[in-house]
Design a protein around this ligand. Structure first.
Ligand code: CA
Length: 223
């Protein structure tokens, strides 16, 4: 899953990026409001973490409002040192989905990110499933037919993204934009390579394949 951080305090931005990357997310950082606005409204992020007070012509509220006006429905977690009820209300009314007051514990931020990434259809479960395959987004364990499977962090991120979009044909470009960050120089055949790694681990040892090639387009995962 791909995350955008908009935060002008470099130290906080770097700490967040590092923590989120350790959790297998692809992370981009914008350090001011204008860059944050441009990225949030043009790149397909799965979640955006946006600081309230930012230099530039857009503050956090402005970015969220602009995103919602542009019909960008990416879940937004607002960060702010301003924790009064009226400040929280303003953030949520502008279109943010959650609000975290600084200073906060990284563990809490990560838990809130996981919560925002869950869909109602997944019944708030941390476990994603397809057929006899399960992926636990909290413990990072993957099993198929009760057999543990070891994945690298990129393989895990790719599988997680596919499990969150079951049965949906995903183009290589869409996969790249959700699994790799902006700085990664990724070509469509890199996706083919990672799909091959994943197939060797989750499909090859088993009878029924879960990853299907959609000819001339990309891949879909179906249990
Ligand atoms: Ca700030």
């Amino acid at each position: 899953m791909r995350v955008l951080i908009v935060e002008d305090e470099h130290k906080i931005a770097r700490a967040l990026k590092k923590a989120l990357e350790q959790e297998t997310y692809a992370v981009d950082v914008a350090f001011d409001g204008d860059e944050g606005y441009a990225m949030a409204t043009t790149e397909p992020y799965d979640i955006a973490i946006i600081d309230r007070m930012l230099p530039g012509s857009y503050d956090g509220l402005g970015i969220v409002k602009a995103m919602r006006d542009a019909k960008v429905h990416t879940p937004v977690l607002f960060l702010s040192a301003l924790g009064s009820i009226s400040e929280r209300t303003a953030g949520l009314d502008a279109g943010a989905d959650d609000y975290l007051v600084k200073p906060f514990a990284l563990e809490e931020l990560l838990a809130r990110v996981r919560a925002l990434l869950r869909r109602p259809t997944e019944q708030q479960s941390a476990i994603l499933e397809a057929g006899d395959l399960t992926l636990d987004t909290v413990t990072y364990s993957v099993e198929r037919a009760s057999k543990a499977i070891q994945l690298t962090s990129k393989e895990f991120a790719l599988l997680e993204y596919m499990l969150r979009n079951p049965g949906r044909p995903l183009s290589k470009e869409v996969i790249i934009s959700h699994v790799w960050d902006y700085d990664a120089d990724i070509l469509p055949n890199t996706v083919e390579v990672y799909i091959k790694y994943l197939r060797n681990k989750i499909d090859a040892p088993f009878k029924k394949p879960l990853i299907h090639t959609v000819r001339g387009f990309g891949y879909k995962l179906e249990g």
